[in-house]
Design a protein. Structure first.
Length: 202
């Protein structure tokens, strides 16, 4: 009898806090003999890794203390694998992975255990909407127009020090609530933008 645990870590290789195509996830697979009998013919299968490219392999690191290629009672074998992040992964915001480990007990019976691991990919996804507050039918030359600029953080990271640039030479650009300095995941902020009173008709 054995158990399997899989963990994954996103490698931010350019240190910009965002996941990008070509960056990687390092997986660690731990196989522990929890029983009283040895298990032979250990095989670790991870299709996400091996199907990505032929050069991707699952590498044995350590644990076979007597080097007999048998998972003895109490032994813990460690494996490592690397996955290369794709554009589809970034759009999904995460990478789901499944590992299956099989082995043979002394009675010639196959044993199996598996584990799932989901690694969230940090990325900023921001939605911006700009709306006119007043009724457009009430506009007249020289009137001031008020807009609401709404930003929604749809990413899995908070957004700090948000700055808005608008083509109008705005008389006023305010944010409510002013004391909230970060745009948390799933939240939205509203800004009020007043135009400089240069509305014209055609």
């Amino acid at each position: 009898m054995f158990s399997v645990e899989k963990t994954g870590v996103f490698n931010d290789e350019n240190s910009d806090t965002n996941a990008q195509v070509g960056e990687t996830i390092t997986y660690t697979i731990t196989v522990l003999n929890t029983g009283s009998e040895p298990v032979s013919n250990i095989n670790v299968a991870d299709e996400l890794i091996t199907n990505q490219m032929s050069s991707n392999t699952i590498t044995y690191l350590s644990g076979d203390s007597n080097m007999d290629n048998i998972l003895d009672p109490g032994e813990t074998w460690i494996y490592s694998a690397t996955y290369i992040i794709t554009a589809q992964d970034i759009l999904a915001g995460e990478v789901e992975n499944h590992v299956i480990v099989t082995g043979m007990n002394p009675d010639g019976e196959e044993e199996e255990d598996d584990d799932f691991e989901t690694v969230e990919l940090p990325s900023y996804v921001i939605d911006l909407v700009k709306m006119v507050v007043q009724d457009p039918n009430s506009f007249a030359p020289g009137n001031q127009v008020q807009f609401i600029i709404q930003i929604t953080n749809n990413s899995n990271l908070p957004l700090y020090n948000t700055v808005i640039n608008d083509q109008f030479n705005a008389l006023e650009l305010t944010f409510d609530p002013a004391l909230n300095t970060s745009l948390e995941t799933g939240n939205e902020h509203d800004w009020i933008l007043n135009s400089p009173g240069n509305i014209s008709t055609s």
